[in-house]
Design a protein around this ligand. Structure first.
Ligand SMILES: [Zn+2]
Length: 388
């Protein structure tokens, strides 16, 4: 590709986000059909692109290049992961299955809604490698806040199988790499609207990683994804109490999310005191996403970004890796990303106003749910919450 990389902005490192990106990730094309099925029933004149399409990411790139946040962004060229780098998270058998499928020419539905077409495997390797580049940038002390702008997404991908548009667990591979590099503990905060089941599973048996996922109670979408993400899935063995699931009711909205962040997420991260924070973002928790029902607006994303960076500053020496997941509204997702990063930068005033925030939230119900989860957490379930 033309190297638009390493444009270093004038912003100082303390007020800069290093964005890692490679346009080869646009080559993944999951096709068209009835929503995410790739099926053409024959009686529709107009089919639509698979929700996880290149357009959504093109707009995320362009808003960071041409939006008012541009002076705060430094661009870095991503790279493909080497196969050896994947095995810290995924099994060799699973990776070999994907390689075989790609060699056979792709065009395979790997699982519900998840299509490996020509170009997909190359894009998946770029997504994992670009996330690793962003992580290593932080581990090597070259920057504090790095954002891996990647697709296909990763947080549903499990150690042994693809799931929910995801082939490789980009964040999971990066987290394990940080641990292998000598970082003792990592906290993951996943605000994609779906349960980060692959990441949670990957670290379910360790106390080195606190995985927190805020998500809607969305149910199963097939054999690769049985219903999971309940509050009582808390980790096992050494990892008991190091998985924190926060299933939120439909219509939660900005106020409900902020209540969950301040009452559940912030205290947990503060007690855990990680060396590094990984912020897994998906704009499918917005009010207008086809795949989500949790009704965040730009204001909510901005405040969540502010809180997460505050936690990184307070506990992790400011080290914060941000990893892109879902977010399917082709225009609003880009705006919500912009707002999230404004919050991470802790800018005093919004740089972009919200063009469409008017959906209702069910604030009272969300508050009650969060308070109930808090009550559940303050029994003996989460050992590190007892230290304070
Ligand atoms: Zn999602």
């Amino acid at each position: 590709m033309a190297a638009a990389a390493d444009d270093v902005t004038s912003a100082p490192p303390s007020n800069r986000i290093d964005v890692f990106w490679h346009e080869g990730m646009l080559k993944h094309d999951a096709g068209t059909g009835v929503f995410d099925t790739a099926d053409d029933p024959g009686f529709l004149d107009v089919l639509e692109k698979h929700p996880e399409n290149a357009d959504r990411i093109k707009n995320m790139v362009s808003i960071l290049k041409r939006g008012p946040i541009a002076p705060y962004i430094s661009w870095h060229l991503g790279r493909a992961a080497q196969l050896e780098e994947l095995f810290c998270f995924h099994t060799r058998e699973y990776i070999n299955q994907l390689i075989k499928a790609d060699k056979e020419g792709g065009k395979q539905m790997i699982c519900a809604g998840t299509f490996l077409n020509p170009g997909s495997w190359e894009a998946a390797l770029l997504a994992a490698g670009t996330t690793l580049s962003a992580m290593k940038h932080i581990l090597d002390g070259n920057g504090k806040v790095a954002y891996a702008l990647v697709r296909p997404p990763g947080h549903h991908a499990q150690t042994t199988q693809a799931d929910g548009y995801c082939f490789l667990n980009n964040a999971g591979i990066a987290v394990q790499t940080a641990l292998d590099s000598g970082f003792g503990s990592v906290a993951v905060i996943d605000i994609d609207v779906h349960y980060g089941n692959g990441t949670a599973e990957g670290f379910y048996w360790t106390n080195e990683v606190l995985t927190i996922s805020l998500h809607m109670d969305h149910g199963s979408w097939g054999p690769s994804h049985p219903q999971s993400g309940c509050v009582d899935e808390v980790g096992d063995e050494e990892g008991h109490g190091y998985t924190m699931n926060i299933p939120l009711p439909n219509g939660t909205g900005d106020k409900g999310y902020l209540h969950a962040m301040t009452e559940l997420v912030a205290p947990a991260v503060s007690q855990f005191e990680p060396d590094l924070l990984v912020f897994v973002i998906g704009q499918d928790s917005s009010a207008f996403d086809t795949n989500g029902r949790l009704c965040l607006t730009m204001d909510g994303y901005r405040e969540i970004g502010r809180i997460v960076h505050g936690l990184a500053n307070a506990h992790c020496g400011g080290r914060l890796l941000i990893v892109q997941e879902g977010g399917y509204h082709v225009t609003y997702s880009a705006y919500c990303l912009h707002a999230t990063l404004e919050g991470v930068l802790d800018l005093p005033e919004p740089l972009l106003s919200d063009p469409i925030a008017y959906y209702p939230e069910d604030e009272a119900f969300a508050m009650n749910v969060v308070n109930s989860i808090k009550k559940y957490q303050t029994n003996a379930t989460f050992p590190f919450l007892k230290q304070g």
